[in-house]
Design a protein around this ligand. Structure first.
Ligand code: TXA
Ligand code: MG
Length: 415
């Protein structure tokens, strides 16, 4: 074979790209897997990772961790390199796993939408590791937004701010003149984003419509073979997504999506906290006259298990009586039943699968367990599912928002 010939035989960059896209669409792409849980074992050592620098290196030689830790740091570098090269990489945050991509690259961001099967009019949250990255993304941060960042970053709060033209791919903002930004509070996410040295657009790392992933195994279930890689950093802590807010110049903070930071926490910092009226219409049989939500993602049915799910709300005794009767009737009809209940009732229900959401007065536990329980309903093949409602205060606002979405708004009031 002549040299000329060899050149002709070489696949072009475009061919390679087409091949990769085809493999991804078929779920046959080679997804890398990095277990970096060694970075979590000694929380205090997280301080050794300097998120200001673009290289990840343990700062103190004396404290240099074990071989496992060294290997995990190398894995994190590999994952960051993937992001820099325009690949999609799933990673843990304190809320749920995200599917990250370089927010500046339209091609990378399109791969996120494709892997998730996400509607293109639903914008993405951009994740940063350091406040310095913010001014590159937005044109203006008012005093209220500043106060919120000072109080809750890093943490589960996303701010919708005026986007700096050209700062991110227009696919990230879905054509809006705002961009949603957050700085996650996680010992894997922060150094990964810092090492990637780019703003990282990351929706939750689930197939669109499915419950958000709180374990790397959930990401694998949904996206293995469709994305560049998965960074496993163990179970996420909060379990529901960040709170999305917009801070008005008059000091009003409007909640566009309830989440990990509660309205009560926001009230301690902001003069006035309001909720997007479109959210208040939920659970009251929101009809076509309801206003469109300001957070485009809130209009979609999410998290829905395959079986029919309803949420029951009322005085505890009435909820328990209704649920017992409904489960018994469903079993009679030959349904495979499941129930999501708080600890005080969980033991008295008879169903094919009973999931405890923990103590009704400790909703952190409910938030942490909710998505895994919804996924398990599918694994158990449940066809009829009842979930007990919880208080809508504190984290309960986010838990009820997600439950009602999963139930397609099937709320039953009893008592
Ligand atoms: O906790 C979280 O926020 C997780 C982790 C991975 O960080 N991410 C997450 O992303 O939940 P996603 O894409 O599943 O949800 C983003 C929400 C959607 O409801 C979207 O409509 C809204 O944020 N959003 C994004 N950009 C927006 C904007 N410019 N204006 C209003 N809402 C926006
Ligand atoms: Mg999501």
């Amino acid at each position: 074979m002549t040299r000329e010939h060899e050149k002709i035989q070489q696949p072009s960059l475009e061919d390679k790209r087409d091949d990769a896209a085809l493999e991804r669409a078929k779920g046959e792409y080679n997804t890398a897997f990095w277990d970096v849980s060694a970075l979590l074992h000694e929380q205090s050592e997280a301080e050794n990772i300097d998120v200001n620098v673009q290289e990840i290196s343990p700062v103190s030689d004396a404290k240099k961790g074990s071989a496992a830790r060294e290997a995990a740091l190398a894995d994190l570098q590999a994952a960051a390199a993937c992001l820099r090269q325009g690949e999609t990489v799933a990673f843990p945050t304190e809320t749920v796993y995200g599917l990250g991509a370089d927010a500046r690259s339209t091609e990378a961001v399109e791969a996120v939408f494709a892997a998730k099967g996400r509607p293109s009019d639903n914008p993405l949250i951009v994740h940063i590791a350091h406040r310095d990255q913010l001014h590159e993304l937005v044109t203006e941060v008012n005093a209220t937004a500043e106060a919120l960042m000072a109080a809750f970053w890093p943490g589960p709060l996303t701010l919708v701010l005026p986007v700096r033209p050209g700062a991110v791919s227009p696919r990230v903002t879905a054509g809006l003149d705002t961009v949603a930004v957050r700085m996650p509070d996680h010992p894997v996410a922060l150094p990964l984003i810092a090492a990637a040295a780019c703003p990282v657009a990351a929706p939750s790392a689930n197939r669109s419509g499915r419950p958000s992933p709180t374990l790397a195994a959930h990401v694998r279930e949904d996206l293995d073979g469709r994305i560049g890689g998965i960074v496993d950093g163990g179970p996420t802590g909060v379990g529901v997504e960040s709170t999305v807010v917009q801070a008005g110049d008059d000091g009003t903070v409007t909640i566009l999506r309830p989440g990990g930071i509660t309205a009560e926490q926001l009230s301690a910092v902001a003069a006035r906290v309001a909720t997007d009226p479109a959210l208040l219409a939920e659970g009251s049989g929101g009809d076509s006259t309801s206003p469109a939500p300001r957070s485009p993602g809130m209009k979609y049915t999410h998290y829905a298990p395959e079986g029919a799910l309803c949420v029951v709300e009322g005085p505890p005794a009435a909820v328990a009586a209704w649920t017992r009767a409904a489960l018994a009737e469903a079993a009679q009809r030959g349904e495979r039943t499941a129930v999501l209940a708080f600890a005080e009732h969980a033991e008295q229900y008879r169903a094919d699968a009973v999931f405890s959401l923990g103590d009704a007065s400790e909703l952190q536990e409910a938030a942490r367990r909710l998505y895994a329980a919804l996924r398990s309903c599918d694994e158990q093949g449940a066809t009829y599912i009842v979930a007990e409602a919880c208080s809508r205060e504190g984290l309960g606002a986010a838990v009820m928002n997600r439950l009602l979405k999963a139930a397609g708004n099937q709320l039953i009031q009893v008592g």
